[in-house]
Design a protein. Structure first.
Length: 116
């Protein structure tokens, strides 16, 4: 997986499972980390789901948008920084900015996002 390819590896293989973000791929990689390191690095380096040729209209922008409602603060922070500029998304970012119960770093990121 050293070169950029625009198709998934077969679904039942370790590279294919890692590319698709399946939990089984992570478990298989954890069993032999040294041999899976290059594959895992390749999947991190090239987000396969971002490529419109592979997944059509789905991908990370939509995942970031959904993460604006996540229970994990780190997921919300990434979403505030990377969700697509859509009215619905920006409305949620404004809610996060104005929520007194929200973590300060998320409120600050939301304020910066809306100011740009």
């Amino acid at each position: 997986m050293t070169e950029r390819r625009y198709e998934y590896a077969p679904a039942g293989t370790l590279p294919g499972l890692l590319q698709r973000g399946r939990g089984l791929g992570a478990r298989m990689a954890a069993e032999d980390p040294s041999s899976a390191a290059e594959l895992v690095y390749g999947c991190i380096r090239w987000e396969w789901r971002w490529d419109r040729k592979v997944d059509g209209a789905a991908g990370l922008p939509e995942a970031y948008q959904e993460s604006l409602w996540d229970c994990e603060a780190n997921a919300r922070l990434l979403a505030v920084e990377h969700a697509p500029d859509r009215p619905y998304t920006l409305s949620r970012v404004a809610e996060l900015r104005d929520d007194p119960m929200e973590k300060p770093e998320i409120r600050k990121a939301a304020e910066a996002r809306l100011a740009s």
